[in-house]
Design a protein around this ligand. Structure first.
Ligand code: FAD
Length: 447
C-alpha cells in the first residue's frame, strides 16, 4: 500500500511492480503531486519544480520511461544576487541548488559580492574547528565557520531562495551533513573542495517536468490506483495493516508513506510517535509562484538565468528567467518570468500579483505582462528544523515493522533524492516481504 501519488509514490509503485509485487496506491487529489506543468499563452510554464538534479541512475530511470530524447539542460546563464539595488553574479554550482564551497568561490571572492571584512573572515575558516554537540541551525553553522557577514551578505537569500525556509530554523545536519562532518573532524571546508570542479547536471524535458508523470503511470498497468481518496489512519494488526481509505478498509503487508508529515496518516495500535515527531520538527514553507508572460525580453539581464534576493526587503525571494534558462519554448517573442513570493500567513492571488508586479516594475522596468498564472502553495517545501536529523534514523527503524517513509516525509528538497529513495525502498520492501513470516502473501481487500 502506497500513500501518495506524487513522483515519489509513483516511482515506488513502478519499482515494486518491476519486482512483481502487488501494489495499491492511494492519492487524495490527482497524480503528480507538486509537479505542476502548465501552459500559458502557448508557453510551457512550471508552477512547481522546474529542474531535477541528474545522475547516471536518474538518467537510466528517464531512459526506462522512454524520455531520454526529451531531456533538456539549462543554458549556462548564472544567477545574480540583488542586494542594495546592485546585481552580483553568484558562483556557479551554488545557484544549481546545492551549496558547496569550491575553487570558483575563491575566484569570485573579489568581484564585489563580499566585503573585505567578510573575505578576511572567510580566509580564517581552515583554522576554525566546530565545537558543538548535536545539531545546530544552518544559520549558526555558517555564522560560526565563515562569520555573520557572510550569512547576511550572501547566504541568507541564497538558502532562503533555494530551500524556502528560515535558516535560523533549518537543521545543518539535514541540509549540509558533509560540511558539518568536515568541520567536526577539524578539517577545512575550503580546502576539501579546492580545485574540485563540481558540476550539477540539471535536467528537465522539452514539454516540462510534467512529462514524467504520465510516462510513469503508463508503466503501472496492474497496479490499483485510487485517486480522490485520502488515507487518514492505519491500524496495525499483527503482521498486517488495515488501511482506512474513505469508508473502505484495505489490508496490506506493508504501508509506504510518501506524503508530507502534515498529511501523513496516523498509525493506530502502533507507536505512531514518528508521525507526531515529524509534525513537530518539520515545518511548512509557503510560497506563491507567479508565472508572468511578457512580450518583451529583458536584454540587460540576458546573461542571467534568474535573480535571488531578500524577501524581507523586496517581497520576492527570486525570479527565474524561464525562457533564458530552459530551451523549452519556441522563440515566439513572448517571455516567461517566474516569481517566488514567500509568505507566512494568508496570501491571495491579488496580493501575490501586486508584489511581483512592483518588483518587476522597479527592477526589470517592465510594463504589465500579457498574462499571469498564480499558484499558491500553502504546503510547499518541508523545512527540517534543528533536531530533525534523528527523524531519518527513526524512519529507518520503522522499516523493520513494515512501515516505510519516503518522499516529502523524509527528503528535504528535491525530486532527485525522493526518486532515489523510492528505488532503494522498493528493494527493502522486497526483502521484508521475503523474510517476514507470511512470505508470498498478497494484499487483500476490496480494491
Ligand atoms: C514551488 C516549488 C518549487 C520546487 N522546485 C524544485 C526544483 O526545481 N527541483 C526539485 O527537485 N524539487 C523542487 N521542489 C520540490 C519538489 O516539488 C518535491 O520534492 C517533490 O515534488 C516531492 O514529491 P513527493 O512525491 O515526495 O510529494 P508530493 O508531490 O507532495 O506528493 C504527495 C502526494 O500525496 C498526496 N497525499 C497527501 N496526503 C495524502 C493522504 N493522506 N492520502 C492520500 N494521498 C495523500 C498529495 O495529494 C500529493 O499528490 C519544489 C517545490 C515547490 C513547491
Amino acid at each position: 500500500m502506497i500513500v501518495g501519488g506524487g513522483v515519489s509514490g509513483l516511482t515506488l509503485a513502478y519499482e515494486l511492480k518491476k519486482l512483481s509485487k502487488s501494489v495499491c496506491l492511494v492519492e487524495s487529489e490527482s497524480l503528480g503531486g507538486k509537479i505542476a506543468t502548465g501552459m500559458l499563452e502557448g508557453k510551457v510554464i512550471e508552477e512547481g519544480p522546474e529542474e531535477i538534479v541528474s545522475s547516471k541512475s536518474l538518467l537510466q530511470f528517464v531512459e526506462e520511461l522512454g524520455l531520454l530524447d526529451q531531456v533538456v539542460r539549462p543554458k549556462n546563464g548564472r544567477f545574480a544576487l540583488l542586494r542594495n539595488e546592485k546585481l552580483y553574479t553568484v558562483p556557479e554550482g551554488i545557484a544549481g541548488g546545492v551549496l558547496r564551497v569550491n575553487a570558483e568561490l575563491f575566484r569570485s571572492l573579489l568581484n564585489g559580492l563580499f566585503s573585505f571584512r567578510t573575505i578576511a573572515r572567510m580566509m580564517l575558516e581552515p583554522f576554525h574547528k566546530l565545537n558543538v554537540d548535536g545539531d545546530i541551525s544552518v544559520n549558526d553553522l555558517f555564522s560560526e565557520i565563515y562569520g555573520r557577514s557572510f550569512v547576511d551578505e550572501f547566504f541568507k537569500p541564497l538558502a532562503g531562495g533555494i530551500y524556502g525556509g528560515d535558516i535560523g530554523l533549518m537543521s545543518s545536519s539535514v541540509y549540509f551533513p558533509y560540511i558539518v562532518d568536515i568541520k567536526k573532524k577539524g578539517k577545512s571546508v575550503i580546502e576539501s573542495f579546492l580545485g574540485k570542479k563540481i558540476n550539477f547536471d540539471l535536467i528537465s524535458f522539452k514539454k516540462g517536468l510534467g512529462s514524467l508523470i504520465p510516462r510513469i503511470v503508463e508503466k503501472l498497468e496492474g497496479v490499483d490506483i485510487m485517486t480522490g481518496k485520502t488515507v487518514r489512519s492505519v491500524n496495525n494488526e499483527g503482521d498486517r495493516f488495515s488501511v482506512n481509505v474513505g469508508s473502505e478498509k484495505l489490508e496490506s503487508r506493508t504501508v509506504s508513506v510518501m506524503v508530507s508529515p502534515y498529511t501523513a496518516p496516523v498509525f493506530k495500535n502502533m507507536d505512531d510517535y514518528i508521525v507526531k515527531k515529524a509534525r513537530l520538527y518539520v515545518k511548512i514553507s509557503r510560497i506563491a509562484v507567479i508565472n508572468a508572460v511578457y512580450d518583451k525580453k529583458f536584454e540587460s539581464y540576458d546573461k542571467y538565468s534568474g535573480i535571488l534576493t531578500y524577501p524581507d526587503v523586496y517581497g520576492v525571494s527570486g525570479a527565474t528567467f524561464f525562457d533564458s534558462k530552459w530551451p523549452i519554448n519556441d522563440d515566439s517573442g513572448l517571455y516567461v518570468i517566474k516569481y517566488f513570493v514567500p509568505f507566512e500567513s494568508y496570501i491571495d492571488e491579488t496580493r501575490a500579483i501586486k508584489i511581483a508586479e512592483k518588483f518587476s516594475r522597479e527592477h526589470f522596468h517592465t510594463e504589465k505582462p500579457v498574462s499571469y498564472r498564480v499558484r499558491i502553495w500553502n504546503e510547499a517545501l518541508p523545512v527540517y528544523a534543528v533536531g530533525a536529523d534523528l527523524l531519518k534514523q527513526e524512519a529507518e527503524a520503522y522499516m523493520e515493522k513494515g512501515v516505510y517513509f519516503g518522499g516529502s516525509f523524509i527528503n528535504s528538497t528535491g525530486i532527485y533524492s525522493s526518486v532515489m529513495r523510492s528505488k532503494s525502498m522498493a528493494k527493502r520492501i522486497e526483502s521484508y516481504l521475503e523474510t517476514s513470516t507470511h512470505a508470498g502473501s498478497e494484499p487483500r481487500g476490496s480494491l
